[in-house]
Design a protein around this ligand. Structure first.
Ligand code: HEC
Length: 180
């Protein structure tokens, strides 16, 4: 109930009409920077070891580290992170505005919304970039994760919810926030 109220309030306070928002480009740039940093390295490891184990080691150890180092290079008022409606790492948990965006822009019946979404709030602008599961993602987020990868995931993330995705499904978001 409380979260429903919050979601309703959010609808009143955030604006999706952001054509003239001067912070939009900076927000988009930050999203792209993290996307590139994570994806480049993931592809490299998947090529080296098609079982996905080496890449899993990379994701487990490095995804947060890379996110932190990208954040350090961004201006102080800009930050970037990832989230999902079903997270693997609890550190990537969604916040209330994330939830509102997921429901109002990307929820059932809104599946055509494949694009980046900008939200302008009081003192901040956020960019949401949706990430869709391609074949490579399914090795670690799909329905039939092969051993020994599956066991490694279960051990490292006992609360893992980021499985059972099908090709093309919305897997999560990269989100940047510019404070102003
Ligand atoms: C080699 C295994 C592996 C592959 C392949 C993989 N992931 Fe992940 N993914 C992980 C792990 C491990 C985490 C948790 C790491 C962290 O953020 O600490 C994660 C986290 C995420 C998150 C952050 C939210 C969460 O669940 O914690 C998103 C979004 C995500 N992955 C999307 C993707 C997408 C999109 C692809 C394909 C381009 C992909 N992943 C491919 C292992 C993988």
């Amino acid at each position: 109930m409380r979260s429903l109220l919050l979601l309703t309030l959010l609808t009143l306070f955030v604006s999706a009409d952001t054509n003239n928002n001067p912070y939009k480009n900076e927000a988009i740039k930050a999203v792209k920077t993290l996307g590139k940093a994570l994806k480049g390295d993931l592809q490299k490891y998947m090529k080296q070891d098609p079982s996905g184990l080496a890449a899993f080691g990379f994701c487990t150890g490095k995804a947060q580290e890379i996110t932190e180092s990208v954040n350090k290079k961004l201006p102080n008022n800009v930050s970037v992170r990832r989230t999902s409606s079903k997270v693997r790492n609890p550190q990537n948990k969604k916040d209330t505005l994330d939830k509102w965006v997921m429901i109002s822009q990307y929820g059932p019946g809104k599946a055509n919304h494949k694009n980046l979404f900008i939200v302008e709030g009081d003192g901040f602008t956020r960019a949401y970039k949706p990430l869709f599961a391609d074949k490579a993602c399914l090795k670690c987020h799909g329905e039939n994760i092969a051993e020994p990868l599956k066991a490694a995931i279960d051990t490292a993330y006992p609360q893992d919810k980021a499985v059972d995705y099908k090709e093309g499904e919305l897997r999560g978001f990269i989100i940047s926030e510019v404070k102003h």
